[in-house]
Design a protein around this ligand. Structure first.
Ligand SMILES: [Fe+2]
Ligand SMILES: [Fe+2]
Length: 171
């Protein structure tokens, strides 16, 4: 059984993951308005991943005999000044989420909750990837300095990203 404190903290993280999904869906909408449909596709995949993160935590809390109580999701920003500004915001957001995950790990260690600690290691690794892919796109956008030809090619490349649903867990 999970402690009340850990349960509450994981509930907060479900909200944070849902907010991430909401933020990236808002970014998708921004890219759609610019007809950058490859960038928009990248954001759609990102949104799906964040929703999957939320569900992963949701299932874990239930599995441990805890209870999920959903709260309001904050409204995300709706406008950015450039594609670069969007990805700088993605990078900053993912660094913030890494901080939240690290705090959860610290709490699990404090509570001597080994099962939650082990569960969270997947997120620790995921955040390394999340930060590095956001930073990579920031660097690439800086290099092309919004040159139209470069943006066109890059849009096509980001359009290739596909969401891979997690493999269902056997009972
Ligand atoms: Fe996430
Ligand atoms: Fe993320």
């Amino acid at each position: 059984m999970i402690s009340k404190k850990m349960e509450e903290a994981l509930n907060e993280q479900v909200n944070a993951e849902m907010y991430s999904a909401y933020l990236y869906l808002s970014m998708e909408s921004y890219f759609r308005s610019l007809n950058l449909n490859g960038f928009a596709n990248w954001m759609r995949v990102q949104t799906q991943e964040e929703m999957m993160h939320a569900i992963k935590i949701y299932d874990f809390v239930n599995e441990r005999g805890g209870r999920i109580t959903l709260k309001a999701i904050e409204g995300p920003p709706t406008k950015w000044k450039s594609p670069l500004a969007v990805f700088e915001a993605v990078y900053a957001h993912e660094r913030k989420v890494t901080g939240l995950i690290n705090n959860l790990v610290n709490l699990a260690v404090e509570e001597k909750d080994h099962a939650t600690n082990t569960f969270l290691q997947w997120f620790v690794n995921e955040q390394v990837e999340e930060e590095s892919s956001a930073d990579e796109i920031v660097q690439q956008l800086k290099m092309m300095k919004n040159a139209p030809g470069g943006m066109f090619m890059f849009d096509r490349e980001l359009g290739q990203r596909v969401f891979t649903p997690p493999v269902a867990k056997g009972e």
